[in-house]
Ligand binder design. Structure first.
Ligand code: PLP
Length: 380
């Protein structure tokens, strides 16, 4: 059996990516604009539906940064952010001199808890500091409790930035993730469900917002023959080469979605006879996850003491990558001075959770190697 590295989530090319990239070379559109950029934006708009507009950018982080700028986040403002997430959800808040306020998760989706969210908002209001924006995330592709969160945001008149970096293809009540925010963002980093080698996008509700994102991402040039600027700009536009990869990837997105979901089913079957390990799954049919990453939770009182670290090390020995869930931001040294609302829910999810190899290009041989490690560890 081959012993080559099995990654948590690796790029998976479909076939026509190189054709679009070649076209860019043939026509000399090797720039942060061109037919692939517009073509990729059109593909995403058609895919997402719901009359949204898409601006292709250099990364998901850049999209989050611009989203917060467009929602007028200023130094000294407070911005609520789901604590259990990748640091890129929170970093742009700090870029702007604003303060992150972290909120705990609920256990059903592992995403922002509506109850703790409202507590955080009321606390801010009581101090005369109503939060400026709420950043929500759909972890590992699992949609958050969108309706509950939206009701609270609307009740207090606070806009939502939807970090849908991990959830392209996921749906909530039949609508695609990436369409629920006042502004939403996507990522096409190398480890995501589709990739442009590095890239992201902003999803907006109006063309004016999309145009603003394009304007800010291309150095904020006023309309003049010389270079004239009335605003601070950024160099955040996606290149026509990366967008070519993205157009090829859009052709295989639905296939990748199916393959990621098959990996999730593979783990459900694999762990079905093993006590104390639960494969994280949709709470009900309102939620449809792309299962970007499949995760398991350990109850060590039922596993004879075997914990997530035992499994991680057993996999590592066989050259198989796995990773603990995102360590919550309120437990990160860099955010130790930030406020947090909640209890120990995300902390427990982190302590007992592990993400397993979930790539869409895993082979039967890879699955056999994973099966062997898990069956040996649990004596199954
Ligand atoms: C990947 C990711 C990002 C950042 O996207 P980049 O394109 O890598 O900048 C932001 N938020 C979450 C939740 C992510 O997983």
């Amino acid at each position: 059996m081959s012993n080559s590295k099995i990654w948590l989530s690796s790029p998976h090319m479909g076939g026509s990516e190189q054709k679009f990239v070649q076209e860019a070379f043939d026509t000399n559109w090797v720039a942060p604009l061109g037919p692939n950029v517009t073509g990729f934006e059109d593909d995403l708009e058609n895919y997402l539906g719901e009359d949204v507009f898409v601006a292709a950018l250099s990364s998901g982080t850049a999209a989050l940064h611009l989203a917060l700028i467009m929602l007028d986040v200023k130094p000294g403002d407070e911005v609520i952010c789901q604590s259990m997430t990748f640091s890129a959800s929170a970093n742009p808040i700090v870029y702007l001199g604003a303060k992150p306020v972290f909120v705990d998760s609920e256990t059903e989706t592992m995403n922002i808890s509506p109850a703790f969210l409202e507590e955080a908002i009321l606390n801010g209001i009581s101090r005369g500091k109503k939060p400026k924006v709420i950043v929500i995330v759909h972890l590992y592709g699992m949609p958050c409790k969108v309706d509950e969160v939206r009701d609270i945001a609307d009740k207090y008149g606070i806009p939502i930035v939807e970090d849908s970096a991990e959830a392209l293809g996921s749906t909530y009540k039949g609508k695609k993730c990436g369409t629920f925010g006042d502004i939403s963002i996507l990522s096409f980093n190398g480890n995501k469900i589709i990739t442009t080698s590095g890239g992201g996008a902003m999803v907006t509700k109006t063309t004016a917002q999309k145009n603003k994102a394009v304007f800010l991402s291309t150095q904020a040039r006023d309309n003049a023959p010389h270079y004239q600027h009335s605003e601070i700009g950024y160099n955040y536009r996606m290149s026509n080469i990366c967008a070519g990869i993205g157009r090829g990837q859009m052709e295989v997105l639905d296939k990748h979605l199916k393959l990621r979901r098959n990996m999730h089913q593979f783990y459900i079957d694999l762990f079905s006879g093993i006590d104390g390990v639960t494969v994280f799954s949709e709470p009900n049919t309102d939620f449809y996850s792309n299962h970007w990453l499949s995760c398991v939770q350990f109850d060590t009182t039922k596993t004879n003491g075997i914990n997530r670290e035992d499994l991680r090390l057993a996999l590592e020995k066989e050259n198989i990558e796995s990773r603990p869930l995102w360590k919550p931001m309120h437990l990160q040294p860099v955010f130790s001075d930030c406020a947090f609302f909640g209890s120990d829910i995300s902390e427990n999810l982190f302590t007992n959770g592990l993400c397993l190899p979930s790539s869409s290009n895993l082979t039967d041989n890879d699955r056999e190697r994973i099966t062997k490690v898990i069956q040996t560890l649990f004596n199954a």
